[in-house]
Ligand binder design. Sequence first.
Ligand code: DX5
Ligand code: ZN
Length: 216
Amino acid sequence: MQLIIAPSILAGDFGHFARDAQRVEQGGGDWLHCDVMDGHFVPNISFGPDVVAALRKATKLPLDVHLMIERPDIYAERFIEAGADHIIVHVEAKHDVMKTLASIRGRGRKAGLSLNPPTPMEKVFPFLDLIDELLVMTVNPGFGGQAFMPETLGKISAARQRAPHLNIIVDGGINPETGRRCVEAGANVLVAGNSLFRHKKLDLAGAIKELRANAN
Ligand code: DX5
Ligand code: ZN
């Protein structure tokens, strides 16, 4: 599977999102990961469809929209209208998972499914044929800058065994070291926020290059 680097704009400068989206594109990022939080499904509020629409105007990169919201069945369409290319919904949210995934694919977008660290892989296995990407959370969702949870590595290898054809995404606490361990376990898409936008020594392009080189 192709290695994909998806910087998370949540770690960008909220006052200069368009500029930071362009920096990701010019810096060699493959996708732009957009973290949508509703203050219910997770204890934080980030941004909505209008911000995704502004990011759509700023970059040609695929917008990988991660919905950490309680009712993705109600709001997915708004994000599709805003320009999302991929819509990731959580298996733990309050919706008919199969129906929501079918509606996303029905609109010609990539459908993704995510599970939190405490959720067993068995919960997502029934939906593997209905998705294009599987996101294994490697931190509890809601905030950037958290420490990677090594206990999630086993879930990544179980996912790869079960779904050799899928993009398997890891998200939370990803840096060159943890990214390499996740790729060894079977992941091929690395979402990273703080380790890219707030790297101590390298600029964004340099940090993206380092993350990719370490994972290859
Ligand atoms: C957390 C989000 C992540 C987060 C990653 O709930 O889903 O995408 O922004 O940020 P870092 O890489 O800083 O952990
Ligand atoms: Zn995310």
